[in-house]
Design a binder for this molecule. Sequence first.
Ligand SMILES: [Zn+2]
Length: 289
Amino acid sequence: MIKSFLDRRLVPLVGALLFVVSLSHADSLGLDEKSSEEQIQKTVQDLVGLGDRSVGSQGNRAVATYLYKRLSECGLAVVFQGGELRNVVALLPGTNPVPREVLMVGAHYDSVKKSPGATDNGAGVAIVLEQARVLRDKQFPYDIKFAFWNAEETGGKGSKEYVKEALEKKEPLAFYLNYDSVGFDSGQCLLDLMYNTRSEKIAKQVPDLNTRYKLGYTLTHNTKKCFSDHRPFWEGGFCAMMIHCSDHGPAHTAKDTADHVAYSFARKNAQLGLILLTQWSTISKARGG
Ligand SMILES: [Zn+2]
């Protein structure tokens, strides 16, 4: 009798409480909708304002310096990685003893010539910077790295260089999340997840997170085979997933301007990544290790 009372009356209550706790966990991340959108918009405008960011250009050098400064202002330890390629990588150290798991989130900062590169990939960079700003004073058992790659548009040279070094150093990299072409919304709030067999169990949890956190995306899976910086991580045998728009809109054209970025869409993209990063302990259990 008591058991049946518990089943019928308390179980839904406990479920509701857990839901509220997980929602307040998201709120406690400090991702205020309005200010996050403003932050993302300001970063995209800054990046576009630097001019041509294609490899070898003055703007390309300037953007690396800009990103180094922005990450340093978050109080994170920042390095230029990859020699002349000038990837920019920042570390939020974890609390577990070394060697500890590393999670990484990244986006490429170069653009193609003659494109302002607002959605490809200014928005991706702005999302990762916003995540760094939100997480900068938080602590997790694992390390979190924020990475900005150069030379994606010329064959993913920046991320390839990082993966080479990670393999040499046997870095315990548990998951890499890549953002590329993530700021364009064709009006249907379509978001594509690109994953392989190694990251499939992570990707399969995203629909539930999308519902639970009311992100409102219509998710698609592996609709395109386009290259981006997740690919060198796959080839290096790491677990990696790419988030991108199903429709790349004005990418690689002169029309890829800051007014084509859907800032609410981009802010929710930042939130999705934050959920994956901060709830990794639960997510990795469901992954099976
Ligand atoms: Zn791109």
